[in-house]
Design a protein around this ligand. Structure first.
Ligand SMILES: Nc1nc2c(ncn2[C@@H]2O[C@H](COP(=O)(O)OP(=O)(O)OP(=O)(O)O)[C@@H](O)[C@H]2O)c(=O)[nH]1
Ligand SMILES: [Mg+2]
Length: 438
């Protein structure tokens, strides 16, 4: 997400910090580079102009120039301005005062509407809601089946009848009342281009349903096109917000950085992959931190809380205190980590790590290798790794399809980890931290 933009901005700020004390010329030069970086990221030129004007004015203030670390302060100013441009506070999805909450998804062909319907349904079910999916795309031959499959895989009901989309939508509401569905998510048809027939149909659906949310689903990778489309849809339908999909493939960020300023409508959620769990609430402050390569620890912790079993974590903590951490526990930890998603997406949320690991492909298969080796051990070997002698090593290597050197490496790493855990649990954290940051 935003890799290209992050790289460029990091470059600019590194140079700025290198100066120590800053002059007006330093700042103006840096702002020229930020301007270029934003334009290359396909941010709307008017948004860029405002952005640079505001940041330059604030940066030229005496508090900044006379401070000890002006470079840092300018990063803070840029960060705050990015938060502003991205929409300020996160805008939550509307909840109907009396259920059901009615949500209509609209957008061009292939923008990710149907996928987002499935993601949203899962998102709400995690909040203990009872969603209903509505198939109101009757034009594309496989559209209804696509939604039905999504519903089957997630065990969420899908409403469909042989009528026109406005009628389907209306009937779906009756169905939801009768079946206690408290969130109704309506999937509509896409078109290659905005056309009048489509808009009229959507207007009718809007009238029939009176939705709490009518959201444009736009492909983030299309940059300014997404912004123009949002403007067009907003004119006709008075959207309540936008969901940007395919953020995982968007290295530039132009759509995310322009939509709110240009249309006045907030980005509420983003799609970050093809899987149904790849959905995030859009938090402008966290997004700004990610853009500046400062990571997003809050989202990382939330993701961990969602997936990690607290009972397991407590058990582990006790073991750590008793210094009884075994390969079995290590294996358990890896399983938990895997549930959180691909390593690459996790690492990108860590401050400063994104840039440092750039170009280095993080290899989830390395984890598979470690897993295979541990799986080839007997339970006794897992709890007492020091009994693993030469012949056992050869057996484990052969059993897991790896070399003896791989097994050796894992055992050595595990040994180091145990030592580190001992140090930490004996309260020598300070030394450990010093070692890490010196
Ligand atoms: N990488 C990535 N792919 C996505 C994301 N969201 C959707 N897709 C993919 O985009 C393609 C189109 O998605 P659909 O959900 O069928 O799009 P749609 O808007 O319903 O398309 P129409 O019904 O034809 O208008 C599919 O291959 C999805 O897997 C996302 O966040 N990231
Ligand atoms: Mg669709």
């Amino acid at each position: 997400m935003f890799d290209e933009l992050t790289d460029k901005l990091e470059g600019v700020f590194k140079k700025l910090r290198g100066h120590g004390k800053l002059t007006e010329t330093n700042i103006r030069d840096a702002m020229k580079e930020v301007r270029l970086a934003l334009l290359e990221a396909d941010v709307n030129y008017r948004v860029v102009k405002r952005f640079i004007k505001d940041v330059t004015e604030k940066s030229l203030g005496t508090e900044v120039l006379q401070s000890i670390s002006p470079g840092q302060q300018i990063v803070k100013i840029v960060h705050d301005q990015l938060v502003e441009v991205l929409g300020g506070e996160a805008e939550e999805m509307t909840v109907a005062p009396s259920p059901p909450t009615k949500i209509v998804l609209v957008g061009l062909q292939g923008s990710g509407k149907t996928t987002m319907c499935g993601k949203l349904a899962k998102f709400y079910r995690k909040k203990n809601k009872s969603p209903l999916l509505v198939a109101a795309d009757i034009y594309r031959p496989a559209a209804v089946d696509q939604l039905k499959t999504l519903g089957k895989n997630t065990d969420i009901p899908v409403f469909h009848i042989d009528k026109d989309p406005p009628k389907i939508s209306k009937k779906a509401l009756d169905y939801a009342y009768d079946n206690n569905n408290d969130v109704v998510i309506i999937d509509t048809a896409g078109r290659l281009h905005i056309d009048n027939t489509l808009m009229e149909e959507l207007e009718k659906i809007r009238q029939n349903v009176e939705p709490h949310e009518i959201l444009l689903i736009a492909d983030a990778m299309t940059g300014q096109d997404a912004v123009n489309i949002a403007q067009e849809f907003n004119k006709r339908l008075d959207l309540t917000g936008v969901i940007l999909t395919k953020m995982d493939g968007d290295a530039r960020g132009g759509a995310a950085l322009s939509i709110k300023s240009v249309t006045g409508k907030p980005i509420k959620l983003v799609g970050t992959g093809e899987k149904l769990d790849d959905i995030e609430v859009f938090h402008p402050d966290r997004m700004a931190s990610r853009i500046l390569g400062m990571g997003d620890v809050v989202s990382l912790v939330e993701r961990a809380q969602e997936t990690i079993d607290t009972k397991e974590a407590e058990k582990l903590e006790k073991k750590l205190r008793k210094e009884a951490f075994t390969l079995e526990d290590f294996y358990g930890q890896m399983q938990q980590l895997k549930k959180m998603g691909p390593l690459e997406s996790l690492v990108s949320m860590l401050p400063g790590v994104g840039g440092a690991l750039k170009g280095l492909k993080i290899d989830d298969s390395a984890m598979g290798k470690v897993e295979a080796i541990i799986q080839s051990m007997t339970p006794e070997e897992r709890t007492k790794p020091n009994i693993i002698d030469g012949s056992r090593r050869r057996r484990i290597a052969a059993g897991s399809g790896n070399s003896v050197a791989d097994v050796n490496r894992l055992l050595k790493q595990f040994n180091m980890m145990q030592k580190m855990i001992k140090k930490i649990s004996r309260g020598q954290m300070k030394d450990f931290a010093k070692g890490l940051f010196s």
